[in-house]
Write a protein that binds this ligand. Structure first.
Ligand code: ATP
Ligand code: LTN
Length: 338
C-alpha cells in the first residue's frame, strides 16, 4: 500500500475502549468474555484499555490489598497480550478527566434510569450493608470513561450491555440538548463465550468475587488446580455431551471448549459422541491449562519488573489525559462553564 493510502487507512481506524475492575485475579470468564477479544482487536482498531480502580471503590476494599491488586491487574492485562506499543493502557484514577466528566454527566442522568440498572439491584442485594452512592452512580462514571475517548465500540461481556445502553442514552441526550459532541458507542459482545458460567452453579455467571473458589478458574491457577476444578464441575445426570436446554453445566463446558479450540458446538458434539462426561471434563481442563499457560508465565516474569510497569502506566496516563482533555474542554464550553 502507498504511504498516503496507509495514512488514510490508519486515520479511519475505529476506536475501541474497555475497562476491568481490579477486584481480584481475572477469571476464565473475564478472559473469554472480554480480554481475549481485546487482544485480538489491537490489530484492526485504535484501542484503549484501563484498570477501573475507581469503580472498585463502590465495594468495600482493604487499602493495602487494593493497591497490590491494581498493579497486579495492570500486569495481567499486559500478560494477556495487551501491548502498550499498540494500545493505550492506563489506570483510571491516574486520569482526572474521568471523574470530572462523570460529574457533568450526572446532571443529565435521571434517578429513575439508574434505579433500573440490574447490576445496581444485584450488588445492593449482595452488599446490603453498604448500598453507597457510588454503587448507584457507577454507570455514570462508566459512561464518562467511554465518551471521553469517543469510542466506537466497547467490547464487554453480556452483563455490561445495560450499562452501554445507558451510555448511549446519555450521549444522545447530551448531543441533542447541546450539540453533537459524543460518538455513540456500540456494544461489542462476542457471540460465543460472552457469559461463562460458574462451575459450581452453572445458572450463575462465573465471578472473581465468588466466595467458593471452586466456582471459578483464575487465569493464574496452576494446571493441577485447573484440572481438579473441571473434574468437580457440576453437570447433570444425563450422559451425552450435547448442547441442550436444561444442561447448563455441560453447555457451559462445551462453550468454553468450543471458543478456546475455535470449533463449533456441532463439532464438539461429534468429537465427544459416545464418550462420557469424565473424558470430556478432562479434555476441557487440558484445553484451559494450555490456553492459560503463556499468560501465567508472562505474568510471573512481569511481576518482578516494577520499574517497567510504572513506566508503562505513567506514559499511559499522560497520553490518556491529553486525549480525554480535548473532549472534556469541549463539554465544559458547551454546558456554559467559564
Ligand atoms: P466482580 O466479581 O468483582 O463483579 P467480574 O468478574 O464480574 O467482577 P468485571 O471486572 O465486572 O468482572 O468484568 C470485566 C469484564 O469481564 C467485563 O467486560 C465483563 O463483562 C466480563 N465478564 C465478567 N464475568 C464474565 C463471565 N462470567 N463471562 C463472560 N464475561 C465476563
Ligand atoms: N463496569 C465494567 C468495567 C468498566 C468498563 C468501563 C468497561 C468500567 N468502565 C468502560 C467498559 C468501558 C465491569 O465491571 N466490567
Amino acid at each position: 500500500m502507498e504511504k498516503e493510502e496507509q495514512k488514510v487507512e490508519n486515520e479511519k481506524k475505529k476506536r475501541i475502549l474497555s475497562g476491568i475492575q481490579p477486584t481480584g485475579i481475572f477469571t476464565l470468564g473475564n478472559y473469554i468474555g472480554a480480554i481475549r477479544n481485546w487482544e485480538q482487536m489491537q490489530e484492526d482498531f485504535e484501542c484503549a484499555y484501563f484498570i477501573a480502580d475507581l469503580h472498585s471503590l463502590t465495594v468495600r476494599q482493604e487499602p493495602a490489598k487494593l493497591r497490590k491488586q491494581i498493579l497486579e491487574a495492570f500486569a495481567l492485562l499486559l500478560a494477556c497480550g495487551i501491548d502498550p506499543k499498540k494500545s493505550l493502557c492506563f489506570i483510571q484514577s491516574h486520569v482526572p478527566t474521568h471523574t470530572e466528566l462523570s460529574w457533568i454527566l450526572s446532571g443529565v442522568t435521571q434517578f429513575g434510569e439508574l434505579s433500573r440498572m440490574t447490576q445496581f439491584k444485584d450488588k445492593s442485594a449482595k452488599h446490603a450493608d453498604n448500598v453507597n452512592a457510588g454503587l448507584f452512580t457507577y454507570p455514570v462514571l462508566m459512561a464518562a470513561d467511554i465518551l471521553l475517548y469517543q469510542a466506537d465500540f466497547v467490547p464487554v461481556g453480556a452483563d455490561q450491555k445495560q450499562h452501554l445502553e445507558f451510555t448511549r442514552d446519555i450521549a444522545e441526550r447530551f448531543n441533542s440538548r447541546y450539540s453533537p459532541t459524543f460518538t455513540l458507542p456500540e456494544p461489542y459482545i462476542a457471540e460465543s463465550g460472552a457469559r461463562v458460567m460458574s462451575l459450581q452453579d452453572p445458572t450463575k455467571k462465573m465471578s472473581k468475587s465468588d466466595e467458593n473458589p471452586k466456582a471459578f478458574v483464575s487465569i493464574l491457577d496452576t494446571p493441577d488446580v485447573i484440572m481438579s476444578k473441571f473434574k468437580s464441575a457440576v453437570t447433570d445426570s444425563d450422559t451425552e455431551v450435547c448442547y441442550k436446554e436444561g444442561k447448563d453445566g455441560i453447555n457451559n463446558l462445551m462453550s468454553i471448549y468450543s471458543v478456546l479450540n475455535n470449533k463449533s458446538l456441532d463439532e464438539v458434539e461429534k468429537e465427544f459422541a459416545g464418550k462420557g462426561y469424565g473424558d470430556f471434563k478432562k479434555a476441557v481442563g487440558e484445553t484451559v491449562v494450555e490456553a492459560l499457560r503463556p499468560i501465567r508465565e508472562e505474568f510471573d516474569r512481569l511481576k518482578t519488573e516494577k520499574a517497567y510497569l510504572e513506566e508503562v502506566y505513567t506514559e499511559g496516563a499522560r497520553n490518556a489525559t491529553a486525549i480525554s482533555s480535548r473532549t472534556l474542554s469541549k463539554v465544559k464550553r458547551k454546558v456554559g462553564l467559564l
